[in-house]
Design a protein around this ligand. Structure first.
Ligand code: NAI
Length: 466
């Protein structure tokens, strides 16, 4: 194994490329194998980045239509979808090229092709029907996830699409039905609603964003309904069939059993993602899966084979790019004999709609279930001067702190720029801070962040501005 790599990372998404860079920083001879044409994984190519680009562009379109209400007179505002798509593609290209540059800069070998495991120290990489074997002392599997479909429904990326297809419609669908009221459904639903589609979201549960703090979920539902998105909660889709370039969707109410049939132009299936482990040869070399089909790892991200690790969407936990990145860094440090770790209590979740939704730590419902006594501090953006001036007053900040120690247990926000405000809370949780710590920290005026300080003051029932 003298010419073996110290580490070969399979997958060049946020988990994989970050892991490879950290490995190289630590002095390992590292390679990163990627089968897609460009680096960056789902996140950069067909996920976070193109969706945020479209969310931003569509938000600007909506704002431009209302310019005259703020004293800016323009001609008729018209949509140029193909230009928007070009801008989105450009953002993707710039960022994926950026990752390639970073690998080069850090002297990580970028191997193009589809990898599978030959043994616990050998990887076969297949490209254009030719195969090459690479030796590796350590292997990190970071192959991400793929969209899930529903029984009997075929994603063709034309009429019935996954998030990938929904990022590239070449015209605005008149009617769009989305199955699933989670992250993807709500973000893509917002994009196409803003661009002119009639959007209906069919969700199996009686609420949107499964696992979210219920108060936030209810407020979010109210706001999105006001924006014109139609929700069919408590409903299960039983069939979606393409007939003459339209899709006929059948769904049934879970409680009343009432059946509905609707015709639509496009259907987006957004009911979750599954780990992407097919073709890796995991079974053959005895790598075990957990009950959810994810690769089973111990606290050190080690699979059932001691020099093979797994991170990101292929293992348990939220399927989030930043979670995968943290795991990538931790595993590199663990391979180097350091004590890399991930604090799962401090991983934020953000939905980039308008307003944004952000949370970190435990929900009120989880605290109740775990019998943990807590105090609540809440502050509405309606009372935040910056939000008032900019007329973005929807939503609130909710802080949950331990009743006895005042330690912050969870924070949930809906409102302007909360996706950025949440960083303060992740840091607070990482440092074991109390709500009093936040309340006594000076926050610049006038900023949205003052709503966080006021919510912290409210935990002790002493807000100044409400
Ligand atoms: P999700 O897990 O967020 O939501 C799926 C929703 O579909 C759930 O509410 C579920 O109850 C519902 N559902 C499941 N089966 C159904 C059925 N048969 N009929 C109706 N509803 C059904 O999954 P989503 O939105 O597909 O996202 C996949 C992953 O991608 C998530 O884990 C998310 O973390 C990640 N993601 C993160 C983003 C972000 O960080 N902003 C953006 C987009 C995706």
């Amino acid at each position: 194994m003298s010419d073996a790599y110290d580490v070969v990372v399979i997958g060049g998404g946020p988990g994989g490329y970050v892991c490879a860079i950290r490995c190289a920083q630590l002095g390992f001879r590292t390679a990163c194998v990627e089968s897609r044409k460009t680096l960056g994984g789902t996140c950069l190519n067909v996920g976070c980045i193109p969706s945020k680009s479209l969310l931003n562009l569509s938000e600007n379109y909506i704002k431009a239509k209302k310019f005259s209400s703020i004293g800016i007179e323009t001609g008729k505002v018209a949509l140029n979808l193909s230009q928007m798509m070009k801008i989105k593609e450009k953002s993707v290209t710039v960022l994926t090229k950026g990752v390639e540059f970073l690998l080069k800069k850090n002297k990580v070998d970028y191997i193009k092709g589809k990898a599978s495991l030959k043994s616990n120290t050998e990887i076969i990489v297949e490209k254009n029907k030719s195969k090459k074997v690479y030796a590796a002392k350590n292997i990190v599997i970071s192959t991400g996830s793929l969209p899930t479909s529903l029984p009997g429904m075929q994603i063709d990326e034309k009429n019935i699409v996954s998030s990938t297809g929904a990022l590239s419609f070449n015209q605005v669908p008149k009617k769009l039905i989305i199955i699933g009221g989670g992250y993807i459904g709500l973000e893509m639903g917002s994009v196409w609603k803003r661009l002119g589609s009639d959007v209906t979201i069919i969700e199996f549960l009686d609420h949107i964003i499964t696992g979210a703090d219920v108060e936030i979920s209810k407020e979010f539902l109210k706001i999105l309904t006001k924006q014109g998105i139609i929700f069919k909660l408590n409903s299960i889709v039983t069939a979606a069939n393409v007939i003459k370039n339209k899709v006929v969707v059948d769904f049934r109410h879970n409680k009343t059993a009432e059946r509905t049939r609707v015709k639509t132009d496009k259907v987006l299936i957004a009911v979750g993602r599954r780990p992407n482990t097919e073709g890796l040869n995991l079974k053959e070399i005895s790598i075990k899966n957990d009950s959810k089909g994810k690769i089973q790892v111990n606290k050190k991200f080690m699979t059932s084979i001691k020099n093979i690790y797994a991170i990101g969407d292929v293992i348990d936990g939220p399927m989030l790019a930043h979670k995968a990145e943290e795991e990538g860094i931790a595993v590199a440090e663990i391979i180097a004999g350091q004590s890399g770790h991930v604090n799962y209590e401090a991983i934020p979740g953000v939905i980039y709609t308008s307003p944004e939704v952000a949370s970190v730590g435990k929900t009120e419902e989880a605290l109740k279930k775990e019998n943990i006594k807590y105090k609540i501090g809440k502050f509405p953006f309606m009372a935040n001067p910056r939000a008032k001036v900019i007329n973005e007053t929807e939503g609130f900040v909710k802080i949950l702190a331990n009743e006895e120690t005042d330690k912050i247990l969870g924070v949930h926000m809906i409102g302007p720029h909360v996706g950025d405000l949440i960083a303060e809370i992740s840091l607070a949780i990482e440092f074991g801070a109390s709500s009093e710590d936040i309340a006594r920290t000076c926050h610049a005026h006038p900023t949205y962040s003052e709503a966080v300080k006021e919510a912290a003051l409210s935990v002790d029932k002493r807000p100044i501005h409400s």
